[in-house]
Design a protein around this ligand. Structure first.
Ligand code: NAP
Length: 315
């Protein structure tokens, strides 16, 4: 049996693994895809403190190596079911079943995709889901932001710090975003709107150079083409990876796991960290922070349960 099982090998899960293993707890990280999670699909990370610029995949690899160096085991398996209620937590995988005294859920949230042809192909080569990560690559270029909610409008405003012009493409003629954000966007000279439109196709060579838009009212299609690079930033909501945990831990209406500031869920011995958690800022740096907090509290939980807790550590 493991002391701590971490489900998800993104920055939150790998940092939790590093802290858990370094405290000599028997630690397992279960990851179904790439080590690094979402960042493994990001071209460059320029906002992780102390690291000037690093490819996302490289940062994920380094985090995984560091966790392994301290003894964390990482397995590639997909969790299919969990039993979290009892003293022993049971995790069912495709390949194997696992048991632990505590579980840290770090399965993340994925940006919702448009689903247009070319979108996946040009991810990281013109198509982005993170302005903090990628807006700086579009200094004095045109940027198209897809979406009409708070994220789209807030990120569009942020991108005007870099881009020559930002066009917000929305499928209706009215924004969903809050009135104050709408006002800021309407008053920003660098922002224009393309209403009643959705992205039908994304095309390019090595990078994006064309986008086909469809008018949602008339069905009319138009092409946006340019010789200089342009960015398409997609902010049409996020999909938290919480399917497995519904009815097992407390989840918000929009599907995120509720925790307190110590990363504890409502189930004893079960913690959550990173993008899967109900919070407002979802960045690599705070995912890593969540992972550290979750692991330290998982250790504390085990030591308390086993009566080994150093008196001075009891809060
Ligand atoms: P959201 O509020 O769900 O808005 C998603 C937007 O994308 C909507 O305008 C929606 O259009 C559009 N959309 C959805 N699916 C689409 C598709 N397949 N194709 C094209 N457009 C599509 O998501 P969000 O903006 O990421 O915000 C999520 C939550 O975080 C919200 O509760 C928001 O208030 C909060 N948030 C708050 C702040 C802030 O307070 N500053 C900042 C960011 C996020 P329709 O309007 O037509 O449905």
């Amino acid at each position: 049996m493991y002391d701590i099982i971490i489900i998800g090998g993104g920055p939150a899960g790998l940092t939790a693994g590093l802290y858990a293993a370094r405290s000599k707890k028997k630690t397992l990280i279960i990851e179904k895809g790439l080590e690094g999670g979402q960042i493994a699909e990001t071209t460059n990370v320029e906002n992780y403190p102390g690291i000037d610029c690093i490819e996302g995949a490289e940062l994920g690899k380094k985090m995984a190596e560091q966790a392994k160096k301290f003894g964390a085991k990482i397995v590639m398996d997909e969790v299919t079911d969990v039993e979290l209620d009892g003293e022993v937590k049971k995790i069912k995988g495709y390949i194997e079943d696992y048991e632990a005294k505590t579980v840290i859920i770090a399965t993340g949230a994925s940006p919702r995709e448009i689903g247009a042809p070319g979108e996946k192909e040009y991810k990281g080569r013109g198509v982005s889901y993170c302005s903090t990560c990628d807006a700086a690559f579009y200094e004095d270029e045109d940027v198209y932001v897809v979406g009409g909610g708070d994220s789209a409008v807030q990120e569009a405003i942020f991108i005007t710090n870099f881009a020559k012009k930002v066009y917000i493409i929305h499928r209706r003629d009215e924004l969903r975003a809050s009135k104050d954000l709408q006002e800021k966007a309407f008053n920003n000279d660098k922002i224009d709107f393309i209403w009643n439109s959705q992205v039908k196709e994304i095309k390019g060579d090595k990078i994006v150079n064309e986008m086909i838009l469809e008018n949602t009212k008339t069905g009319e299609e138009k092409s946006i083409k340019s010789d200089s690079p342009f960015g398409i930033f997609v902010f049409i909501g996020y999909i938290p990876q919480t399917d497995l945990f519904k009815d097992k831990v407390e989840i918000t209406e929009d599907g995120y796991i509720k925790t307190d500031s110590e990363m504890r869920t409502n189930v004893p011995g079960v913690f959550a960290a990173g993008d899967i958690r109900q919070k407002t800022v979802r960045q690599v740096v705070n995912a890593a922070g969540d992972g550290a907090v979750a692991a330290m509290n998982a250790q504390k939980y085990i030591d308390e349960e086993e009566g080994n807790l150093y008196e001075g550590f009891k809060a």
